[in-house]
Design a protein. Structure first.
Lengths: 168, 168, 168, 168, 168, 168
């Protein structure tokens, strides 16, 4: 059984994440998706709760042909302990898929294989870009899976983001 | 969409949990399973990591005819904040299934419906009983789903429990 | 200006506390009342929130002829830092009134005067005794100020205590 | 009994806060004043301890014709839990008075009424402006109640601020 | 360069610890001594601060013919992260010397060699026994190195212990 | 016995620190060196673990003619408690040596003498400058003691820093 680990903040989950995960699904038997900074929400950089992000991911992957786990991972503010923290919260895995330089370094120091998946249309498909578009009332729905649009509509995600970004 | 929330420590997950969840599956559209005290492991009362418990549950429910989420929930040592904590980590739910008096009180004060499912052979089907049997080399494998036996064999769960329970 | 500090958990505030505070009021210009273990609630030993305890104390002392502050003090689990923690949360004070051996030691090591007020009917006037009576449906209302009875009625304090003390 | 909740950092408490509270006092039976970021002090943005801020507020309001509570509220770094945290530390309230966009959003999601009081001379009456003046030896005492001047003199507040803002 | 790690709470440091460390000194090039539960003090089970314990150990080993490090290690309440925590606070080491069943298990799961040193007169040479004797005014000074007696005299360690163990 | 306390982050330990400590060694009987922000590592501003920093310092001072203690000090994010935190982790001391404005203020408020040692070639001998040179492949080894070069070579310190500073 080969398991791959993929982590992100998913604020929100978008088509770039989906493409990467569909690729990983062809390489491993099971995928573990870590929802990073799980404790954060209601911030301009981190508007959505871990539970909302779990729901976006799970629904977007409902027809993925590979079993997966979606696990909230709270920050611990201790880089030297972070890999042990991740491993205590997840089923065992062999490979980490990440392009984040710190994540790459921490897993490598722990002796775990790291692969950096190619990313697709990275300027456009980024949480920063999508939140920027929500704040400026520009089109963003094409950039995320349809299941994510439904979740964000249900919780009025764009409304929340605009409110918390308002001036005092 | 009706979602039900069920929480336990699952040290380990056993046939009593399985029976309750199979019952809940007939009542709701989706189940959210909270893995409580997620930060604890390697203790006589809490031998298994959250990741190991997530794996036990997910595999045991692989043929359940109801979508489910398995979410580690770390303790926060603040009872008055616990419901908000749970809700931030989970998709929205309508009903909590629990017999624990504190859980019942906290959800009721938060205005959430709580149902207490009947439990089956409670003396026998309890984490305490199963850990006791592991420690005393008595038969325990009949009390848990076969998927749990496989996980515990893979991680040498009984060996870990006996070691940490040893005398200094 | 002479200020005195008095700390307790006040689970609940009772006539013994009231008597001590009425005595301290004759000795100082202002009283600071620290509500200890402020983060705890919904436990058999600590059923009431800090806010509920602040309300019990403030109302019971409404006719006290001495200005007072009521300040929740969260535990920090570091005895060596506790005096600094208390002082950061309170106006400056000269004297601590306490009979608790640890509190006495910590303030003395910090060079602060500690006085141990006589306590009145200590067996009867104790949080432990009052919670025991609530749990066993025995009379307790005579042991607390009338304002406390009203607060506990409003929040159904005795009902909460009985529920959380119930068997699983 | 109608209670209103008002929160600020009060670094320091100034005439703008005083004006708002005098207005709220005409609308409710009791006021609860939350002293936010209570754990912070000795920073350029947060020079004063919670205890010092409690003292500034309490003395400035000594002739207010409305009972009030002054409660330190430590940050919890979890926006989704913050309303539950505040409510556990305070007497129950019906209305929150705030213009802060995040506070407004969090209380509204929790189903609590929020009113945004008009603020008076906001450029001038702000903690930022007053700390700036203290650092640059410009006049600031007219911007705060006289009781605040006395507290700051007693603790040498301006001296502390200038020292911690110094170059290494 | 071969380094050995030895951990204890050292409440207080005694002749049993000294004997074990003198033995380890013959096996390795450098010793790392972890002062566990560093954050605890002023408790009947943990009366002394980390700083006091560092001083007891350093002075008692002043003539040891092996370089050593003495490092306070705060608890993290997460067994699965504890080895990573220890390693982040200490120079790298090859071997852990411990008889504590949990420590043994955690280091073994991390792939680090663990040796269990023989202990000498274990009933007598234990922190529990020494604290018991201090509390009951029985002779204890023979059970600890002379440097420890001097530290405990300087801080009135026995006096502190008796005070905090007193009845309320 | 006169003890002096000196604190830094030592990211990394350099010749400026060494010069100051050699000066302090002529003034006191024992030196306590606090390794600040001990919990941080693997950040561009804080690349090295506390254990790595302890090793750099201890080896660089191996021929210092003054006994010294090297103690990791984790941040506590509470300035008002920081002096008590430091004192709980260290042997007692009389004098703090520091030029940091906040450290000076906090120790002075606690009634402890603070001396500000002259610093030597401060533009050049700073952690910021050395990390900048590591990142830009410019010469830095002359700025630190030879023992530090050896530690950094052993752990590939410069390589770690460049990796974590990389673009995503």
């Amino acid at each position: 059984m080969k398991r791959g680990f993929y982590i992100g903040r998913f604020q929100p989950y978008h088509n770039g994440h989906q493409t990467v995960l569909e690729h990983i699904a062809t390489k491993v038997d099971e995928i573990i998706i870590g929802v990073g900074s799980a404790q954060l929400s209601h911030q301009v950089e981190n508007p959505f709760t871990a539970g909302e992000r779990v729901m976006m991911i799970t629904r977007s992957l409902s027809s993925l042909d590979c079993p997966f786990y979606v696990i909230p991972i709270e920050d611990i503010q201790r880089n030297a302990l972070w890999v042990a923290h991740v491993r205590s919260m997840t089923p065992p895995f062999d490979t980490c898929y990440s392009s984040n330089p710190l994540v790459v370094q921490l897993f490598r120091e722990a002796g775990i294989e790291v692969l950096s998946p190619a990313m697709y249309e990275r300027e456009l498909l980024s949480g920063t870009e999508i939140r920027h578009r929500m704040l400026n009332k520009k089109p963003w729905k094409k950039l995320v899976p349809r299941a994510v649009v439904r979740v964000l509509d249900e919780i009025d995600g764009a409304g929340r983001l605009c409110q918390i970004a308002g001036d005092d």
